[in-house]
Design a protein around this ligand. Structure first.
Ligand code: XIL
Length: 672
């Protein structure tokens, strides 16, 4: 969707000339004079446009070394910088083709009846292997321990704890491995210890003599090298720790029948609340520790239920039914071993159907209240919500409540383009179909990030990364430019301790990657609103000390950036509202727009309440509404059922789709 407006943000800005040190040499604040304004209406590309005469006659002289003052920095170069070289032809990696095009879903396998959905070509793509540990790594011996201590602790005064006699291990699948963990500290005292994630079915038990035993029977699926980490904690200084990893090499036994066959299990399906009259889809799958797939049988199908195959994964059985009356529906499901039909496992899956009226919401919808102010209020849509048991309810509630939607995962590189020349567009296409149906604008997220990258990119030669980056931006923008209003062009470029994050992008191109990415995005989608999105920058952190000089330097280079996305993954005890207000203002003073892109407010049980959470939501909304440059507030999800921080119920609807105090707090503030 193109918003009205003309892109002028690439034009040189004629403002008072200031000096700004290059980002390469130092992250130093740049200073300017006039301040940008905002009209409260989201217009593509208007963010760098000064609302007053661009030449401010009252601007004070600014000398190098002066305290920075608010105001956009000035590009001392009156010529626009050289355009990016054209993208290579043929492309560096294979371009999307007709064989990547999704097709309409013509079978009753989704929860959605109101708009058309598509599916990817039925091409199975195996999950990406994690970057491998090699035989050479194993042969090199146990990796060195990683020693950590609190800042300021002098590690030369105290020796770190370690594990006595620990080494790498080698075993055949089907055998039991026992490893004794005996932490010692040469300074005396008894160190503690805790394991990182255990392999499935492994145990780590206390021997009540200061030692613990790791015990594991690896099976067929474990053949290869598995790292296992235990942290030893100094007896005197608890922050002084040694993280020790061992490598466990599991071999295939000469006689495969020596590996015992365990019964399969039916994979867990969490409890769901659905609406009477909506189609409910349950994707059922079993798993077996020997890496075969059990067959799945529905023992107690609900009335009228049908069983359908999944369009890609033969091991998934789709159960579809439409609950006609309210109540709890229990479905018994059985998994049968692929090798031995007498080996089975069962599970009961529970779905609660409630009548339509149970989901009626009091008062006005948030989108109506937001719309009256020309404001955007939104959510991030969980990937493939339309295949979920409660997909119809999810779609209707979010569709009618909000007016802007982000892609939580469906536009990420590892999903869209998992292998060179393979593109999975369907999920993003479907998100746009949802948005069109409910009249939302779409926030594309993210173009360039250091996480959720496909392995072929993580392993690509450094010299090829610039073109891969530009091509990916171009492919997203060309396909979705007409439908996506806002892009997170760069996500999370700043390290937690400040400075640039040493991502593959930074390592390949230095800080220039940011400028190049924005230019490519502008070239490929001239009307898109282009954001830099980051976490922990709304209050003062080491990251903000990098953010503001970075923004200054981008503006000086006429980088086509329109605004800053503030992620805001916070908790219900959050109280730095004054800093949020001030940092929003600093961004506004640069002539940039502000988007709250990923707000969620975690509740730590016993520490904070839903009321505390509501207060935080309302305060953030309040700050945004009071700031003319703040164009949208987007929640990272809307129902706790599908939050990435689900344990801490951070969203505004509960897992059963009932509004929480936070919902009413937003409603009340929007109505003011
Ligand atoms: C998260 C998603 O919510 C999860 O489902 C996924 O497993 C990991 O990514 N900052 C971002 C988002 O920019 O893309 C992240 O989303 C949350 C943090």
């Amino acid at each position: 969707m193109h918003l009205v407006g003309v892109s002028i943000s690439t034009m040189p800005q004629l403002r008072t000339l200031v000096l700004c040190l290059s980002m390469t040499t130092a992250l130093t604040a740049c200073s300017g004079s006039s301040s940008g304004g905002g009209d409260g209406v989201t217009n593509a590309g208007d963010s760098n446009q000064p609302t007053t005469d661009p030449v401010n006659p009252d601007a004070p002289d600014v000398n190098p070394g002066d305290e920075p003052t608010a105001g956009p920095p000035v590009n001392p170069n009156p010529e626009p910088p050289a355009a990016l070289a054209p993208l290579p032809n043929p492309a560096t990696s294979e371009s999307p083709g007709f064989d990547d095009e999704p097709s309409n879903i013509n079978r009753p396998v989704t929860a959605i009846t109101r708009y058309f959905l598509v599916e990817n070509p039925a091409r199975r793509i195996e999950p990406q292997p994690t970057l491998g540990i090699t035989e050479t790594d194993f042969a090199t011996g146990m990796p060195p321990a990683v020693i950590t201590a609190e800042n300021g602790f002098d590690t030369s005064t105290n020796s770190a704890p370690y594990f006595d006699g620990l080494t790498n291990q080698e075993i055949d699948a089907g055998q039991v491995l026992n490893v004794l963990y005996k932490p010692v500290d040469d300074d005396g005292g008894l160190p503690g210890m805790f394991p990182n994630e255990l392999p499935e079915s492994a145990t780590f038990t206390d021997n009540f003599d200061g030692t613990k035993t790791f015990s594991w029977m690896p099976l067929q699926g474990d053949i290869g090298i598995t790292p296992f980490t235990v942290t030893a904690v100094d007896g005197d200084v608890p922050s002084y720790r040694a993280e020790q990893t061992i490598l466990i090499k599991v071999n295939a036994p000469a006689d495969p029948s020596t590996i015992p066959n365990f019964p399969p299990v039916v994979n867990e399906v969490r409890e769901h609340t659905v609406r009477v009259g909506d189609p409910v889809l349950l994707e059922l799958k079993g798993s077996d520790r020997n890496s075969t797939y059990p067959s799945v049988e529905v023992l107690t199908p609900p009335p009228g239920a049908t069983v359908l195959p999944h369009y890609i994964f033969e091991e998934i059985t789709v159960l579809r039914f439409i609950p006609e009356t309210p109540g709890v529906i229990n479905i018994d499901v059985l998994a049968r071993d692929a090798d031995d039909p007498n080996l089975t496992g069962t599970r009961t899956i529970s779905v609660t159907a409630e009548p339509k009226e149970a989901f009626a919401l009091p008062g006005e919808r948030l989108r109506a209240l937001a719309g009256e102010r020309g404001f955007r209020l939104g959510f991030a849509a969980v990937q493939e919500f339309y295949y979920r048991p409660d997909g119809a309810l999810y779609s209707d509630l979010a569709g009618l409540e909000f007016n802007i939607v982000s892609a939580e995962n469906s536009m990420k590189w590892d999903y869209i383009n998992p292998e060179p020349g393979t593109f999975r567009w369907a999920d993003a296409d479907n998100l746009i179909a949802f948005a069109k149906h409910y009249n939302h604008i779409v926030h594309g997220h993210p173009m360039i990030w250091h996480r959720q990258l496909p392995i072929w990119i993580r392993e690509a030669p450094e010299a090829s990364l610039e073109m891969h980056m530009r091509e990916f931006i171009d492919r997203l923008a060309v396909r979705y430019g007409d439908d996506v209003a806002i892009w997170d062009v760069i996500n999370e470029p700043i390290a937690d301790e400040g400075g640039f994050r040493r991502s593959i992008w930074y390592n390949a191109m230095g800080e220039d990657y940011i400028d190049i990415a924005f230019r490519q995005a502008r070239d490929s989608d001239p009307d898109g609103i282009l954001l830099l999105n980051e976490y922990d920058i709304a209050w003062d952190t080491p990251k903000t000390e990098t953010l503001f000089p970075l923004l200054d330097s981008l503006l000086l280079k006429s980088t086509p950036i329109d605004g800053v996305g503030f992620q805001l993954h916070i908790d219900a005890n959050f109280d730095k509202f004054d800093e949020v207000e001030a940092n929003f203002q600093k961004v506004a003073d640069l002539g940039l727009d502000i988007y709250v892109t990923e707000l969620d407010v975690a509740i730590t049980a016993g520490v904070a309440t839903e009321e505390d959470q509501a207060t935080v939501y309302a305060r953030i909304l309040d700050i945004c509404l009071n700031q003319p440059r703040c164009k949208a507030l987007q929640i990272w999800g809307f129902t706790d059922q599908y939050s990435w921080r689900r344990d801490q119920n951070p969203l505004v609807f509960d897992s059963a789709y009932k509004p929480k105090p936070a919902y009413f707090a937003l409603q009340e503030r929007l109505a003011q």
